[in-house]
Design a protein around this ligand. Structure first.
Ligand SMILES: C[S@@+](CC[C@H](N)C(=O)[O-])C[C@H]1O[C@@H](n2cnc3c(N)ncnc32)[C@H](O)[C@@H]1O
Length: 221
């Protein structure tokens, strides 16, 4: 066996184990999430069928998902929060999931300006590392109908959830992009959400799933 094939075999085994762990975990939950063929289909259906209220995405990068979200809600403002050029390459915290992201998500002032210009009219971009005061100032007091969490790490997810705690109501849909099915899934968005719900007395059920992406719907708090 070459070094490369050992590495592939080890990654395959870790991935297989992650699938098994998630299956055991989710099998214990009723109702179980509905499966979608692609993550965009999952996200689109979750946004289109969510109640009235604010829509925000945390972790926008080039805006692939945010453009689709904004097309689902053309008559309202849709928020996008990301650091963009206010940080160096990679994520602000170490990602211990599937792939090395340490050189990804690299932006300059100029490339951010271009992105902003190309966005649909109903999108508002808020650049900068997530900060509770900034998030609360922009979102105000209207409850969130849709919260798309695509900032990968547990630390960033915790910052976002704590900042929007007062806007989460029964009916709020939260769609997580990296919730499960990768080695280390219990450490990131999943852990942040479980702790947040237990601290704030939030009840929810699993709503949808594709691969690593999972959505939940808040039932009560
Ligand atoms: C996977 S990308 C988002 C992909 C995007 N939703 C799409 O549709 O292509 C993750 C993003 O989260 C952002 N991010 C992660 N933690 C952050 C933090 N603490 N503050 C600001 N941005 C953060 C990164 O800058 C990165 O652009």
């Amino acid at each position: 066996m070459t070094n490369r094939s050992y590495a592939e075999a080890a990654q395959g085994a870790a991935q297989h184990s992650a699938f098994q762990q998630w299956q055991e975990y989710i099998s214990a939950h009723a109702p179980r999430p509905v499966f979608y063929a692609t993550k965009m289909e999952h996200l689109e259906h979750a946004v289109l069928t969510a109640p009235a209220g604010q829509v925000a995405e945390f972790g926008v990068d080039g805006g692939h998902a945010l453009r689709m979200i904004s097309a689902c809600r053309p008559r309202q403002r849709v928020w996008g929060f990301d650091a963009w050029h206010h940080k160096g390459p990679g994520l602000p915290d170490r990602w211990t999931g599937n792939f090395d992201h340490s050189r990804a998500f690299t932006w300059t002032k100029g490339s951010f300006r271009e992105l902003k210009r190309s966005m649909p009219r109903n999108v508002r971009l808020v650049p900068g590392l997530f900060d509770a005061q900034v998030i609360q100032k922009h979102l105000g007091k209207e409850p969130l109908a849709v919260l798309h969490i695509d900032c990968d790490t547990g630390a960033s997810t915790r910052t976002v959830l704590d900042a929007v705690v007062d806007l989460i109501k029964p009916g709020t849909r939260v769609i997580f992009d990296e919730y499960c099915n990768y080695p280390g899934w219990r450490e990131h968005e999943h852990l942040a959400w479980k702790r947040f719900c237990s601290t704030n007395g939030i009840q929810y059920h699993y709503w949808g799933q594709c691969h690593m992406d999972v959505s939940v719907e808040v039932i009560s708090r």
